[in-house]
Design a binder for this molecule. Structure first.
Ligand SMILES: Nc1nc2c(c(=O)[nH]1)N[C@H]1C(S)=C(S)[C@@H](COP(=O)(O)OP(=O)(O)OC[C@H]3O[C@@H](n4cnc5c(N)ncnc54)[C@H](O)[C@@H]3O)O[C@H]1N2
Ligand code: MOO
Length: 413
């Protein structure tokens, strides 16, 4: 496994993802119920029907007076409509009396309208003439200044569908429905390992030829940002037995295992060999038609995904975004609804590599839009990622993108 001849039988990104899919459907059938307060970033494992109309009472959106709109028709500053006010609704309490024609009741914002009322006159448009008599100086239309029953959410509708990623607003909606336990896909457990004889932990001083571990931290950050439960297992030397022991442990403890380094052609080609040996079906691709990212490897070991990402720091990050993130955010199984933002390239992007390319981009504000400035720099430079705000994807079937052309980008922020 993993010989140099296999590296040149590269798969496209789509082929690589498709080769993994048949083995990991069970990931997306798992269900865990978690407290609403901990659900940010999780993916719903089932449709959520609204068991409740929101709001479930007619609610005022203004401080003012609930009325029958028809009683105010034609009202003006010079000719106020007269209404008898029979009291005040208190916040959080339900009015008991039906509002009769020609009457009104004072309301706080958020208060419940009595039956019979179909609009609220703002306090600014009410004059008190004495005792119970009030004048309305501006007519209201039926439905004005109120939220009707079920206007936000209709009882019975599927309000959130399976595989929705929970953002702050979904948390709010679930709270409104009283759903304090949320059925979600369990957070993916992602184990990260840096490999290489030359890689040292960041708290050590590098000797000539050594480099501090960057990828362990970039990949950890990316996995955490995707809502995964991620753990960095440290650094393993290029030693088959050490790597075997560590990978066996990581495959037990995680759903997805990420290695960086040691995936290219060469004597240190151990990860590919091990993925082939550790379980079934083993290595599924070695080499992708990606730039950067050609030396990426991937496979499945007994239901667990394992990826060997390129050692160069910018490559590892770009490849994570292209081939690991889609499993974590579920977009590999359903078309994401996120529309990609667009901007205009500041220069032509050629792609004669025969590989699909992911170009690091700096965003420059341009009136109401964005200019996309490609960041030229080797994939071994972490700084290029720090400068990058976004990634532009050049597809395999194109030769590049012309300067000035509206181009989609994916934010990397
Ligand atoms: N003859 C060829 N050489 C290389 C090819 C090729 O196709 N033919 N591909 C190049 C590309 S592209 C990349 S990317 C790298 C990938 O190499 P590996 O994934 O095998 O990684 P290493 O050789 O171990 O390391 C490459 C480079 O990255 C540094 N590195 C590795 N891990 C880390 C880490 N955790 N933190 C910071 N830096 C790391 C490592 O020190 C090397 O400098 O192969 C090219 N070569
Ligand atoms: O393709 Mo490598 O992954 O350029 O850095």
């Amino acid at each position: 496994m993993g010989s140099s001849s296999e590296l040149f039988k590269v798969k496209t990104l789509v082929e690589a993802i498709d080769s993994l899919k048949p083995y990991v459907h069970s990931f997306y059938q798992r269900v865990e119920t978690i407290p609403l307060a901990e659900s940010l970033g999780c993916i719903l494992s089932q449709d959520i029907p609204a068991t409740y109309a929101i709001p479930h009472f007619r609610k005022s959106t203004m401080d003012g007076m609930a009325v029958r709109a028809s009683d105010t028709f034609g009202a003006s500053e010079s000719m106020p409509a007269l209404v008898q006010c029979y009291g005040e609704v208190r916040m959080g309490e339900a009015p008991t009396e039906v509002l009769r024609q020609g009457t009104g009741i004072l309301m706080p914002t958020g208060g419940m309208l009595p039956e019979g009322a179909d609009a609220v006159v703002m306090i600014e448009h009410i004059e008190h003439f004495g005792e119970e008599l009030y004048g309305v100086t501006k007519a209201v239309a039926p439905g004005e200044n109120l939220i009707d029953i079920g206007e936000d959410v209709t009882e019975g509708e599927v309000i959130l569908s399976k595989f929705t990623r929970i953002r702050a607003q979904e948390m709010g909606l679930l709270a409104a429905l009283g759903q304090i336990s949320v059925p979600v896909l369990p957070r993916f457990r992602v184990g990260i390992l840096s490999t290489g004889d030359e890689i040292i932990p960041p708290d050590q001083d590098p000797l000539p030829g050594q480099s501090r571990d960057i990828n362990g931290y970039t990949l950890l950050g990316q996995a955490l940002a995707c809502g995964a439960e991620a753990h960095h297992y440290g650094i393993v030397k290029d030693d088959l037995e050490e790597l075997r022991t560590m990978l066996t442990r990581m495959l037990k403890e995680n759903d997805i295992v990420l290695l960086s380094g040691g995936s290219s052609v060469g004597t240190r080609d151990l990860s590919a060999q091990l993925i082939g040996e550790l379980g079934e079906p083993g290595l599924l691709f070695h080499g992708l038609a990606l730039k950067p990212g050609k030396p990426t490897i991937g496979g499945v070991v007994d239901g667990k995904l394992i990826f060997g990402l390129p050692g160069h720091p910018a490559s590892a990050m770009v490849v994570f975004d292209a081939i690991v993130r889609p499993w974590l955010d579920g977009s590999v199984l359903y078309a994401p609804v996120d529309p990609l933002p667009k901007g205009k390239l500041t220069q032509n992007l050629y792609s004669g590599s025969g590989r699909e390319e992911f170009v690091r981009i700096r965003l420059i504000p341009d009136g109401e839009g964005w200019l996309l400035e490609p960041i030229r720099g080797k994939s071994g430079l972490i700084r290029t990622m720090v400068l990058a705000d976004a990634i532009v994807h050049i597809r395999l079937d194109t030769e590049g993108i012309e300067a000035g052309k509206e181009t989609s980008f994916r934010l990397m922020r």
